[in-house]
Design a protein around this ligand. Structure first.
Ligand code: ZN
Length: 162
């Protein structure tokens, strides 16, 4: 999935939660958006990878794309790392929660791609496809464009009618 689709789908899904928990603040929204593209840090040519060139090359070399950064281990690693950083910079810990929510949302979205995600690596390295290999999209293809447009529509609808 392309970064823009990750962002729009994540925002469309999380907006009701942001609103119902009185959390619709810029810091939370930005943290959620960063989280929604962050797992692709393992790919030097991804949106986030190109912005953190050195880091993405190292992570990509060690773990491979959709490697450990796309697993439950990755979620917990970045959960603790983000909290550690926020705590030491004396920034709102809440940002870490929204960051991780975006991160998990990214993994769920990737799990609906044709190839799926190996959530349980390094214990179980087989990729899991959430649509039972019947419901899926192909990155950058027509199916993804449809998802992108629907999520944009969902966002606009929510922003104007709630
Ligand atoms: Zn990904």
């Amino acid at each position: 999935m392309l970064y823009k689709t990750h962002v729009t789908v994540t925002y469309a899904l999380a907006l009701p939660l942001l609103m119902s928990t009185d959390s619709l603040f810029i810091g939370n929204v930005v943290a959620l958006g960063i989280g929604s593209v962050f797992p692709d840090i393992d790919h030097p040519r991804s949106y986030i990878g190109r912005r953190l060139q050195g880091v993405s090359h190292i992570v990509g070399k060690i773990f491979g794309h959709r490697g450990l950064a796309h697993s439950i281990v990755g979620i917990f690693f970045f959960l603790y790392l983000s909290r550690f950083i926020l705590f030491h910079l004396q920034l709102p810990i809440e940002w870490g929660d929204w960051f991780i929510l975006g991160y998990i949302s990214h993994m769920v979205e990737d799990s609906f791609s044709k190839t799926g995600v190996a959530w349980l690596q390094p214990i179980y390295n087989k990729r899991i496809q959430f649509g039972f290999k019947r419901i899926f999209y192909t990155t950058g293809k027509f199916t993804e464009t449809v998802i992108f447009l629907i999520s944009c529509g969902g966002l606009v609808y929510q922003l104007f009618y709630f």
